[in-house]
Design a protein around this ligand. Structure first.
Ligand code: ATP
Length: 261
């Protein structure tokens, strides 16, 4: 039976402030799911709760059991390596549970392969400290994939990448999902990227799950107005997925940033 992530009435509170309000969803593995919503909607909070990085009320189940850290790969929003480590060392740390006195040949080979997949083999000996923001992001993504997690949680993990690298990484993720049947849950601001690469999207607003389904059903001109506070044009494209062209912000009242329903 295919694995499934089940969220049941997930509530998160910081101090006295409630951040997530009863988020419930049942998400089948074998797809890339986009977590979308305006700033402050609760995307990072939900990913952190699923990753077990903060306490939440309700149930978060992967294949019917509480999420086990060994099943997941999690890339938080602000992720940096401060230590003086080479790119290869950082990649190998993706399998730190398996590293012993001797690093097995297949681990080194897997690390070399993942560097090649991400087209960063030439960076292997470089110190992480000398890399650009986008290069660091590629290395950290490659590190997460090395251990082949069944549940991959990515918080704006392609935000520092140029367009070509973004497309390349999303193609890698698509191939990874097809090969392993994993579930990739990715918080993303770029709606056109979500439209093209995510099988389904979950729209959060004010800490609540507003909609969950195929992008074209979830994202409509009305939703862009009421949730994002923008007027936008939907331009038909050859791919069959319309391109969203933001035109103007609606009035301040209609912009619900940080507004709790
Ligand atoms: N430690 C904290 N203490 C209090 N409030 C917090 C804390 N962390 C986050 N929040 C609040 O929780 C809400 C949701 O934040 P979160 O980072 O999950 O949103 P987001 O959808 O990921 O936003 P963005 O797109 O801007 O990254 C925001 O209103 C934020 O101010």
């Amino acid at each position: 039976m295919m694995a499934r992530l089940v969220l049941r009435d997930v509530d998160v509170q910081h101090g006295r402030t409630r951040i997530l309000f009863g988020v419930s969803a049942s998400i089948a593995a074998g797809q890339i799911v986009g977590l979308i919503g305006p700033n402050g909607a609760g995307k990072s909070t939900l990913l952190n709760a699923i990753a077990g990085q903060l306490s939440a009320k309700g149930k978060i189940l992967w294949s019917g059991k509480p999420v086990d850290a060994r099943d997941i790969g999690f890339m938080p929003q602000h992720c940096q390596v401060r230590a003086e480590l080479s790119v290869l060392e950082v990649i190998l740390l993706g399998r730190h549970e398996q590293l012993g006195w001797r690093i097995a040949d297949d681990t080194v080979n897997a690390a070399s392969r993942i560097l090649a997949f991400f087209e960063i083999s030439d960076l292997a000996a470089r110190s992480m400290q000398t890399l650009s923001g986008g290069q660091q992001q590629l290395v950290l993504l490659a590190q997460r994939l090395l251990r082949e997690p069944q549940l991959l949680l990515l918080d704006e993990a392609t935000s520092a990448l140029d367009v070509r690298h973004q497309m390349h990484v999303l193609k890698l993720l698509k191939d990874y999902v097809a090969r392993t049947g994993a579930l990739v849950l990715v918080a993303v601001h770029d709606l056109n990227l979500a439209a093209r690469h995510c099988e389904t999207v979950m729209l959060l607003n004010g800490g609540r799950l507003v909609a969950h389904g195929a992008f074209q059903k979830v994202i409509t001109p009305d939703i862009l107005r009421s949730v994002y506070g923008i007027e936008a044009e939907f331009i038909p494209s050859q791919s069959g997925t319309p391109v969203i062209l933001p035109l103007s912000p609606t009035s301040v009242e209609a912009n619900p940033m940080e507004k709790s329903p």
